[in-house]
Design a protein around this ligand. Structure first.
Ligand SMILES: *Cc1c(COP(=O)(O)O)cnc(C)c1O
Length: 420
């Protein structure tokens, strides 16, 4: 098994494209579960505007913008701006936070703080905070998941323990402590940190947001697909066999890209082509998919070290749950070199006025790599082929960065200036 894993060159892009048809039956999460997740978010809108003040409507939604300098094909290149999502400034507001809201709703109902079918505004009161302070949430994170859960949990008054892997940056820990979360530091990688946090939650009787195995978290991410459908409708962009939708999704453990891909497949069937994007050093989905997509393998077994500037994607092994739910629906996996992301961070800042972290810029790199591959003399002839490239609507999903501290962002821009 181990000996069959290829040795990936860290300086090159690696592209896997599905050669056969995708699995047509999509099962595991029902349409009803997905729409009830959208409704749950709706029930929380008014309380979220109270807890996170600012000029907004409580909707966890982001813009879909045309990219101003698209490459030359007849389709469109658009950007889904989840890097600017309210509250957290990352895609985690859709999934991790959704699971937290499920838990808060359950407590709120059990404690009599809220009633079914009534507004949830009472969850913003001091009394509610006192009640919720007796409950805790535990999560493991290299960064955005911990920040998102920590931030939202603390606003509701709930205790939050964030277990962080060795590669978590100091400023991310500091930022969490400042909002009153407890940071538990580990000297191991993300996969092991998740295992340790899972055990700690069990021992402490707190709710564990399980990034690898949680169904709620996965279902939360599917909501993005309904939002995108409405946005495409209002732009009058059709999705059809002639005009397929190619979506570039930055991928860590797989929950975010998996949930989004699942929702899109449920809506658009096989007219949508999800492409997962990873740094080469953490190419766990790429490795799983070239091996048939049924089992998760560890990047360490392929001689990779899981060290990357894309810290939001530094995950050594794919989620088995995600592989099982959407493994057969993924059309492409693209692993990209670390050096390629910072230049796109600079470009998007200049051209779209949007702050991205390296992880969130990876979709642009993958789009470029795919354009090159499909325009070459020897293009892929499977589903994701030259025609899909030329006529398709391409959407790069930007997943985080709006809340990067100014000096971190400046350092990133300088890094990209130095690399050209
Ligand atoms: C978490 C995250 C992802 C990927 O999500 P997974 O669920 O781990 O696959 C992508 N980009 C950013 C910026 C993230 O924080």
């Amino acid at each position: 098994m181990t000996t069959q894993l290829p040795k990936l060159d860290l300086m090159k892009s690696h592209i896997w494209l599905r050669s056969k048809e995708i699995d047509t039956d999509l099962n595991g999460v029902t349409m009803q579960e997905m729409t009830s997740a959208v409704e749950r978010y709706r029930r929380f809108e008014s309380v979220l505007t109270k807890l996170f003040d600012g000029d907004w409507d409580g909707k966890i939604q982001s813009d879909l913008k045309p990219y101003p300098h698209a490459e030359e094909h007849q389709g469109h290149l658009l950007v889904k701006c989840d890097a600017t999502l309210p509250m957290t400034g990352s895609v985690k507001a859709r999934g991790g936070v959704y699971e937290l809201l499920c838990y808060i709703e359950q407590i709120g109902l059990a404690e009599g703080l809220i009633e079914p079918n009534q507004p949830y505004d009472a969850l913003a009161t001091e009394e509610s905070k006192k009640v919720l302070s007796r409950y805790g949430i535990v999560v493991a994170s290299t960064g955005n998941l911990g920040f998102s859960i920590g931030l939202v949990a603390r606003r509701f008054g709930m205790a939050a323990d964030v277990h962080m892997s060795y590669d978590a940056k100091e400023w991310k820990k500091e930022r969490l402590r400042k909002i009153g979360a407890r940071v538990v530091e580990h000297d191991c990688d993300y996969e092991l940190t998740v295992a340790k946090a899972r055990d700690a939650a069990k021992a402490g009787n707190s709710h564990f947001v399980d990034d690898e195995r949680s169904r709620d978290l996965f279902v939360g991410y599917t909501g993005a697909a309904f939002e995108l459908r409405d946005q495409l409708n209002s732009l009058k962009i059709e999705v059809s066999a002639e005009r397929p939708l190619v979506v570039y999704l930055p991928c860590g453990v797989g929950g975010a890209p998996g949930g989004i891909a699942y929702g899109l497949r449920a809506i658009f069937g096989d007219f949508v082509y999800p492409v997962f994007v990873e740094p080469v050093a953490s190419a766990c989905f790429y490795l799983a998919l070239i091996g048939g997509g049924k089992t998760a393998v560890s990047v360490y077994d392929a001689g990779l070290d899981n060290q990357t500037v894309a810290d939001g994607l530094a995950v050594p092994r794919a989620s088995e749950l995600v592989l099982q739910l959407v493994g057969g629906s993924i059309d492409g996996a693209i692993a990209i070199p670390d050096t390629t992301m910072a230049p796109w961070v600079a470009r998007v800042w200049k051209e779209l006025d949007q702050k991205l972290e390296p992880s969130a810029a990876s979709g642009f790199v993958a789009y470029e790599a795919l354009v090159n591959k499909l325009s070459s003399a020897d293009p892929h002839t499977g589903r994701l082929n030259k025609q899909a490239l030329m006529l398709g609507t391409h959407i790069v999903w930007t997943t985080g960065g709006a809340h990067l501290p100014e000096d971190e962002f400046t350092a990133l821009l300088n890094q990209s200036a130095a690399s050209v």
